[in-house]
Ligand binder design. Structure first.
Ligand code: IVH
Length: 691
């Protein structure tokens, strides 16, 4: 390639034209077709070359120059829309027992028994979408995004026949309609034929084609891509029109939506099982891809009582079709070190196609699993993939075992840092004892730290973390906030440029202000996932209070220690992990160094901030008659209360059920307010119990 200084005006103009076309092509491949043709470094090199030429020949900058589109890359080319009610995911079932568990859990939560009618809907493999209607008129629609906010694809949705512009008949003044956008197999094949004839890109599957169609910046292109929609749920609504999901599907049809015609109301578990089998058989003959059946408890008042746990509703489950299997050869077993030091064996495989996806790696879980299956290097193994889970090795085809294959010996030393790897009695996981001296643990912690549910720093993924770690710039998370000071140095690195370095600095600076629960989650403490981090943040409210609570909790027998163990959902085992983390002076130093660079936002009081029990510490005691204990607790927490198990002078309210004993007495002694179950229902805004 000619140095920029040596280019003539004509050569520069020709090259800028070529670069504009080339970069636009790769943008489409990456953002619209989800099928990049070159890696990030090669792409960045194109962009850098473009910038360098433009810097030297400012008069030649084109109207369609890629440099004018930076910061408005197609995935930010759409503005964001916040969903009024988050779009969540579903728990999975794979067998009859899992479905029975789902029903049993719901019954336990509700304190009910007997048949539980559910609506069954084929689970389309498409993209979920949220459509907002005001006074019956379609106002905007968004992709699922991260569940809280998605991309505003209103203009594209308006081109779809199955998205009504106006709801027919009466409808709530405000309603969010959810459904799945997909492409039929016939439309997909026809589209690919047209694409091929026009010399354009061929799509790998209907889902990719639908995603590409919906995320077009030019709605005219979307209009030429045949997209369909099945509606299946509601988000926010200012009024409840019906009492069952089945009746709601009827409303959707009346309003003008397509509802999957195979949907059915099933009365009991046997009927669900029969339906699952029936759809499994019909699957290959359908004109759209499905990967299972979604079952939703029909009674909407029960759905409201059941609510959510983590990111999934207690009232619905996705029963997936059986996993697809294939056989291949195990080339090697590699040991990965995770951020908590856990050694995880990974199978390196001869690449093989399993249900449409090329698989070259599978998890082997842990050393017991390898021993139990007697998996050896060189073995032919049966692989399976179910849904989006990581491929697994089901079994070994022993007849095909090479004569010289030997039993696998699990390492007793960390393969990265050489520290002893120990396995505490009763646990399945062997862990590197190197802690923060183990380079891999440090890197993994940093990767976790910037990940989506943690600090979510745009443009800083595993690859760059490893790069900066190797450069010696990152020791702990606090160092990330020193990267902007190295912007000029970063810009000069291979694969980086002025713009990408500047964007990185901005993305980092933007995260100096951060919610408390993200900070807690980002630390990567064992067993502190997103849900537990939220519980902790909600309980302690502010960084200062949490930090002090944790320090105090390291004292055995302290009140802070028992408070921690009593937070509903935390419990003593998780409390122990937290205490262990805070025992370690290096962890505390790392945290303090980090906190000094941040403005940590207090945890918002969830749901109804105006609820009379928000922020109150509540204890339930005795037998509750109109709701189960888990239901009462979940409801209290949804209203922003903190539920604990024992009464102390900090307790604000004790709900006294029938036959209450010592806790009710203690409340009286301490002068803590007590209420009856009926009074609690009123406080919590729960409807009077139905007979
Ligand atoms: S209901 C809170 N119904 O599955 C429950 N989801 O794993 C929200 N999906 O993101 C989902 N068909 O994209 C529901 N009939 C159906 C569905 C369905 C497909 C997808 C949807 C969702 C994912 C959850």
């Amino acid at each position: 390639m000619k140095p920029v200084e040596d280019l003539t005006d004509a050569e520069a103009a020709a090259e800028l034209e070529r670069l504009a076309a080339e970069i636009a092509h790769h943008d489409r491949a990456y953002y619209e077709q989800d099928a990049p043709e070159i890696d990030d470094a090669a792409y960045d090199a194109l962009r850098r070359r473009n910038l360098d030429i433009e810097a030297r020949f400012p008069a030649l900058v084109r109207a369609d120059s890629p440099s004018k589109r930076v910061g408005a890359a197609p995935d930010t080319g759409f503005s964001k829309l916040r969903h009024r009610v988050p779009m969540l995911s579903l728990d999975n079932a794979f067998a009859t027992e899992d479905f029975a568990d789902f029903v049993a859990r719901a019954h336990r939560f509700l304190g009910t028994s007997g048949d539980l009618p559910v609506v069954a809907e084929p689970k389309i493999d498409g993209l979920s979408i949220n459509l907002t209607y005001e006074n019956g008129v379609f106002v905007h629609g968004a992709t699922r995004g991260d569940g809280t906010e998605g991309e505003d694809v209103t203009a594209n949705l308006r081109t779809m026949k199955s998205v009504p512009e106006r709801l027919s008949g009466a409808s709530p003044a405000l309603i969010e309609i959810r459904g799945e956008v997909f492409m039929t197999k016939a439309d997909f094949l026809a589209l690919n034929e047209r694409q091929a004839a026009a010399g354009e890109k061929i799509f790998a599957n209907p889902r990719n084609a639908a995603a590409g169609g919906l995320r077009q910046l030019d709605p005219r292109i979307t209009a030429a891509r045949p997209l369909s929609l099945f509606a299946y749920a509601q988000g926010e609504a200012n009024e409840q029109v019906v009492g069952t999901h089945w009746a709601f599907l009827g409303c959707l049809k009346d309003w003008g939506f397509d509802v999957n015609p195979l949907s059915r109301l099933v009365r009991d578990e046997a009927a669900a099982e029969a339906f699952q089998a029936e759809i499994g058989l019909a699957r290959s003959g359908l004109d759209y891809d499905i990967d299972g059946v979604v079952y939703k408890i029909d009674d909407l008042s029960l759905q409201r009582r059941l609510g959510f746990v983590g990111r999934a509703p207690r009232w619905a489950i996705a029963w997936k079709f059986p996993a697809e299997q294939a056989t291949t050869v195990l080339r090697d077993i590699r040991i990965q070190v995770g951020r908590t030091g856990a050694l995880t064996p990974v199978a390196e495989l001869e690449p093989v196609n399993v249900g449409g996806v090329l698989v070259s790696r599978a998890t082997l879980h842990n050393e017991d699993e390898i021993a139990r299956k007697d998996v050896r290097v060189g073995d032919t193994v049966v692989l399976q993939r179910a849904g989006d889970v990581i491929p697994q090795i089901v079994s070994v085809v022993t007849e095909r075992r090479p004569a010289d294959a030997v039993s696998y010996v699990y390492p007793a030393l960390c393969p990265v840092c050489g520290s002893h790897a120990v396995r505490p009695p009763g646990e399945v996981v062997r862990r590197c004892t190197g802690g923060l001296t183990c380079p891999e643990q440090r890197v993994e912690r940093l990767i976790h730290f910037v990940s989506r549910a943690a600090f979510d720093i745009d443009g800083l993924g595993e690859k760059s973390i490893r790069e900066f770690y190797e450069a010696g710039w990152l020791h702990g998370p606090a160092d990330l906030f020193e990267l902007p000071a190295r912007e000029a140095e970063i810009a000069k690195r291979e694969g980086w440029g002025r713009l990408s370095a500047r964007n990185l600095s901005r993305a980092i600076e933007a995260k100096r202000r951060i919610p408390l629960d993200r900070v807690i989650y980002a630390l990567g403490i064992r067993r502190i996932g997103e849900a537990n981090a939220k519980l902790l943040a909600r309980h302690y409210g502010s960084y200062a209070v949490w930090r002090k609570g944790m320090a105090d909790a390291t004292i055995i027998g302290s009140e802070a220690r028992s408070t921690l163990g009593e937070i509903l959902g935390i419990g003593p085992a998780i409390a122990e992990e937290l205490v262990d983390f805070f025992y370690e002076p290096r962890n505390v130093a790392t945290l303090d160094e980090l906190a000094a660079k941040l403005t940590v936002e207090d945890a918002a009081i969830p749901a109804a901030a105006d609820s009379p029990v928000a922020g109150k510490i509540v204890v339930f005691t005795g037998t509750l008659e109109t709701m189960t204990r888990p239901e009462a607790k979940a409801r209290a927490e949804a209203l922003g209360a903190k539920v604990t198990d024992s009464v102390s002078k900090k307790t604000d309210l004790v709900v006294v059920g029938a036959d209450a004993g010592s806790k009710a007495r203690k409340a009286a002694e301490l002068g803590v307010t007590t209420v009856t179950e009926a009074e609690w229902r009123e406080l919590a805004g729960m409807p009077p119990p139905t007979a």
